[in-house]
Ligand binder design. Structure first.
Ligand code: ATP
Length: 324
């Protein structure tokens, strides 16, 4: 390995910068040239690159977003697009590529490996935490804390006005953010895509809480939950069924992606960045580098893809005990 390239792809997440910094500094440590690809796979196709020196990554460990910028690139989904990307990798004499991103980015990385036998390593960078082979993805911990802070603030107004708030959080296919933030803020109910809580059960839960003397409640709803068509329709249906409830909806949206990365995400990003470089040097490629019980582990990219990770339903059960 004489030259390693790094890119960030898909949705940005806090901690990506810590990882880029670690890749650059680990390359310098092992006397490997490091090239940054700008705007993910788009940059690979457009040959938009810059050499990254140790000093070029100063002052980024504490910044959210990604210093290399990110993009969604449809052209890379085509064989022709990937041929151009591979040619640019070769022309730049790049020997290995580190892809920081989520499920889609890993699918793309895997194709580079399968079609051109090009050495790739993935670093899980997504707030959704929906990848198999790591207990935490980069940005997930920060996003949880952002959501928790936001809902704590919403609770102040919910209590003051005796209101029921439905708070929608990110998670089109996975309920990790909803489940863990919901538990942390003491949600009345947590609605996630993995478990279908019927509308009837939801209403029963609200009736029960009213009876027990609760005057305000918060329901955390993952984007992909199917209890209603969407969070607004669900809120209207609740108000129709329980007219005594004054219901409000809050969609947290993109604030969940931004902000200063937490200590956990900075440490994780640093560890994963160094390990990704070391695994390319050792010829251990085609994997995602992740963490499990504090240990760094490697999972083949095809096994790391989403849908294969399992939500901890025990947490849902515990949340229900809290609402007794
Ligand atoms: P997030 O979890 O934040 O959405 P992601 O990595 O899953 O991140 P995607 O938008 O799904 O984000 O994918 C990022 C990029 O990966 C796409 O824009 C595309 O360039 C590449 N990619 C996705 N799917 C494929 C595929 N099937 N084949 C080749 N490349 C793909």
């Amino acid at each position: 390995m004489k030259t390693i390239a790094v890119l960030t792809s898909g949705g940005d997440s806090p901690g990506m910068n810590s990882s880029i910094r670690a890749v650059v500094r680990a390359c310098a440590h092992y006397q490997i040239k490091c090239i940054g690809i700008i705007r993910g796979f788009s940059g690979l196709i457009e040959n938009n690159t810059k050499v990254l020196s140790t000093r070029s990554v100063r002052g980024i460990i504490n910044r959210g977003g990604t210093f290399l910028y990110s993009a969604r690139c449809d052209e890379f989904k085509t064989t022709d697009g990937r041929k151009i990307a591979h040619k640019n990798l070769k022309d730049n004499e790049i020997d290995g590529l580190i892809v920081i991103g989520g499920d889609g980015s890993f699918t793309g990385a895997l194709k580079l490996k399968q079609e051109f036998n090009f050495p790739v390593v993935g670093i899980p960078g997504t707030i959704d935490n929906d990848l198999h082979g790591t207990s935490h993805t980069l940005g997930y911990d920060t996003a949880l804390n952002t959501v928790m802070d936001a809902i704590d603030k919403i609770r102040d107004t919910a209590i003051s006005h005796h209101r029921l708030f439905l708070v929608e959080v990110m998670g089109a296919d996975a309920g990790y953010i909803a489940l863990n933030s919901g538990l942390a803020i003491g949600a009345q109910e947590i609605l996630i895509p993995e478990v279908n809580m019927s509308f009837e059960n939801l209403i029963n839960s609200l009736k029960k809480s009213k009876k027990s003397g609760k005057t305000s409640s918060i329901i955390v709803v993952a984007e992909g939950d199917k209890t209603g068509k969407n969070v607004f329709e669900l809120a209207s249906k609740i108000e129709e069924t329980l007219p005594k409830y004054e219901t409000r909806v809050s969609v947290l949206g993109h604030i969940q992606r931004g902000g200063t990365p937490s200590c956990f995400d900075r440490v994780l990003g640093t560890q994963l960045g160094v390990k990704a470089v070391e695994s390319l040097i050792e010829g251990n490629d085609g994997n995602m580098v992740g963490i499990d019980n504090g240990k760094i582990i490697f999972t083949p990219l095809d096994k790391a893809l989403k849908g294969k990770s399992k939500i901890n339903k025990e947490l849902l059960r515990i949340s229900q005990i809290m609402n007794t």
